[in-house]
Write a new protein. Structure first.
Length: 89
């Protein structure tokens, strides 16, 4: 089940007991987004087992767009499968 921004925002508001402090000069919406970003940075700064992924092949379209998997983390390497027929210089 995916966690939506609305769900995450509701968790922040519940944990804060209402709107978070805006003493930093941010609006309530900006402060909630900042708290969520801090939480994301904290979670992804550790090598958790649930973050481990396996390699996947990606198919590029003729417009050089690629559809990434929903759980994509980091693209480490890109290897071409064929030599281009023309090289622009």
């Amino acid at each position: 089940m995916a966690l939506t921004y609305a769900d995450a925002k509701a968790h922040v508001l519940l944990a804060c007991g209402g709107d978070p402090s805006t003493a930093t000069g941010l609006t309530v919406a900006q402060r909630v987004a900042q708290i969520l970003n801090f939480a994301g940075h904290h979670l992804y700064s550790h090598a958790w087992n649930w973050r481990e992924r396996t390699a996947a092949n990606l198919d590029f379209t003729t417009n050089d767009f690629v559809v990434l998997p929903d759980d994509v983390g980091t693209i480490l390497n890109v290897y071409p499968t064929a030599t281009p027929s023309a090289v622009c210089s």
